[in-house]
Write a protein that binds this ligand. Structure first.
Ligand SMILES: CC(=O)SCCNC(=O)CCNC(=O)[C@H](O)C(C)(C)COP(=O)(O)OP(=O)(O)OC[C@H]1O[C@@H](n2cnc3c(N)ncnc32)[C@H](O)[C@@H]1OP(=O)(O)O
Ligand SMILES: CC(=O)C(=O)O
Length: 531
């Protein structure tokens, strides 16, 4: 058995993660992710299945150099009725040049009969022969015992004989897989405990799927009773409902259970960055509610919570957000009290006396506006403008005297039905009345283009302003097309800063304009522009 307090982390993002519905890595993605996993201190990095597809072949042909992690080539045991050395699939895996080879094999008697169509004894030989053959080339060989938990429940002796065949043939690790993801934590704990009793000295790992939402709990339960390797993926990618999420598992092991992994405390601070980097690569919006690393993981909304957190964050935080690279967020909304405002002001560097009588009016205003449909807990830039306008002098950068937006649907010269939008705006900017017209793909795009045409020459600071997200929500659907609409806009600039603004109206263009105008005003205020 390895050091009792050390748990080895095996990342399968590039293999089981590539089996996620809608995920498709290129070889370059795989190389980049490998480097990130290596840099943070992951012990094993499963690169893919050599011979299964050209992407994985390209990855293994040019294996990235790693300093801390070992790359594993994944594959399956030899086919029934062949010799291991005469199985082209197995040969491709074993000879891929990876220091580690992980072979999956059946450990459920039912699967041997149904999926493989081989006798139970032949499956044991397939496991033993393949592991022994891989051991002649690879530095380290592992056996992933597929369907181990279902197999153990159906026929414990046979399931155990499968992993014994792997150990006897030289597997350094035997990894118990909850392939269908249907096993519950108390079952995992009992079965892994039984296995570690009968294979003393053997290295046992765990590989869980999340079909009951228990993959993380199952992995931790296995560690409690002796498993010392956890296989999982970043952000829980994986076949069907995904694999055990290493982003949740690693901090729980290190911060709560007293285990060591290949990550140092400093590496752990890069956890949020690692999770976000994968989302960015996959063009996914990060999950706000993700444990440890989500934007909301340490966001405090209720007034009671914020008041106590100001006294000691431990009141409502299970770990220090900085330990995983996250940060505390204090939200302002209709659930807020004075503490929320003061905490938010401190964060944005606004000095306000807690006895300032205008604060009570500001809380009231926030609550009234949230009742009308505004949502400031997401749109913190609109809240900041609201607060600064009440408590400080915010310059009037521009005044909208009038705007008009026209949509025209017509057949173009090529006989195609098209819709064109055109916006005309009249503004007063820096004391001057100006007017312009612009076209766009839609009314909001045309309005945005028109405002920029007028403002950019007078405020060059707006040159790098980009709208990165635009969300519309109907607040009273009963009113159908006359419903109140909330528009939320996320903006970004060249510094990478992002901010969110909100607008509410029965008219979707008005709501969009309000959110757009807040976004521009916020950017100008932050840049210290003068009106
Ligand atoms: C639990 C897991 O997630 S394991 C990983 C699953 N991942 C993948 O399947 C992704 C990569 N797979 C592939 O690209 C392809 O399935 C390949 C290249 C591996 C095989 O492709 P094909 O030869 O066309 O076979 P196909 O995928 O249709 O069927 C799998 C075959 O492997 C056999 N097989 C399945 N598991 C094993 C095993 N552990 N050992 C030996 N043979 C196995 C099956 O019986 C089936 O054989 P059959 O064609 O004689 O019925
Ligand atoms: C090996 C594997 O991916 C599984 O059994 O789920």
């Amino acid at each position: 058995m390895t050091d009792d307090r050390r748990v080895y982390i095996y990342d399968s993002t590039l293999r089981d993660g590539a089996q996620t519905h809608g995920v498709d890595f290129s070889a370059a993605d795989k190389a980049a992710i490998t480097r990130e996993l290596d840099a943070i201190g992951i012990d094993y990095i499963e690169g893919g299945w050599p011979g299964a597809n050209p992407t994985d072949d390209a990855f293994f042909k040019n294996l990235p150099e790693t300093k801390r992690g070992r790359i594993a080539a994944f594959g399956m045991t030899r086919r029934g009725g062949r010799s291991a050395s005469n199985d082209p699939g197995l040969t491709a895996v074993v000879n891929a040049g990876a220091p580690v080879v992980t072979l999956v094999g059946k450990s459920w008697d039912f699967q041997c009969k149904v999926a493989l169509g081989v006798e139970l004894d032949e499956n044991l030989r397939m496991i033993g022969d393949s592991i022994a053959h891989a051991g002649t080339v690879a530095r380290e060989v592992m056996f992933d015992a597929e369907h181990f938990f279902d197999g153990y429940k159906a026929n414990p002796d046979y399931a155990l004989s499968c992993i014994k065949a792997a150990y006897d043939a030289g597997a350094r690790w035997v990894v118990l897989c909850d392939t269908n993801g249907g096993t519950l934590p108390h079952e995992v704990e009992a079965i892994v405990a039984a296995v570690t009793r009968v294979v003393p000295g053997g290295n046992v790992g765990i590989h869980c799927h999340d079909d009951t939402g228990n993959a993380v709990a199952n992995s931790l339960a296995a560690v409690r009773v002796g498993a010392r390797q956890i296989q999982g993926t970043l952000n829980g990618l994986g076949e069907r409902c995904g694999n055990a999420n290493l982003i949740s598992i690693i901090p729980s092991l290190m911060l709560k259970m007293g285990f060591e992994t290949g990550l140092t405390a400093d590496d752990l601070k890069g956890l949020q960055r690692l999770s976000r980097s994968l989302d960015a690569r996959l063009n996914r919006v990060p999950d706000r509610g993700a444990p440890y690393v989500g934007e909301s993981a340490f966001a405090h909304k209720g007034g009671l919570h914020v008041s106590a957190v100001a006294k000691d964050p431990k009141c409502y935080e299970h770990v220090d957000p900085a330990s995983v690279g996250n940060r505390r967020l204090i939200l302002v909304s209709n659930q807020a009290g004075l503490s929320n405002l003061l905490a938010r002001f401190e964060e944005i560097g606004m000095e306000v006396d807690r006895k300032d009588p205008r604060l009570a009016r500001l809380i009231e205003l926030v609550k009234e506006r949230e009742f009308q449909g505004y949502a400031y807990d997401g749109a913190w830039a609109s809240f900041e403008l609201l607060a600064r306008r009440m408590l400080e002098d915010v310059p009037e950068y521009f005044k909208v005297d009038a705007f008009r937006v026209i949509d025209e649907r017509r057949w173009n010269a090529k006989g195609k039905l098209i819709t064109l939008s055109e916006a005309i705006a009249k503004l007063t900017v820096k004391g001057e009345r100006v007017m312009s017209v612009a076209e766009g793909d839609g009314p909001v795009n045309a309005l945005d283009a028109c405002l920029r045409k007028l403002l950019l020459p007078r405020y060059p600071q707006l040159g790098d302003l980009r709208l990165v997200d635009f969300k519309v929500r109907i607040l009273n659907p009963d009113a159908a097309t006359a419903a109140v609409t909330r528009v939320t806009i996320e903006s970004a600039d060249g510094t990478g800063t992002r901010w969110t603004t909100v607008g509410v109206s029965e008219n979707i263009i008005d709501a969009s304009f309000e959110a757009l105008s807040d976004s521009i005003n916020f950017k100008l205020y932050r840049e210290g522009a003068t009106a």
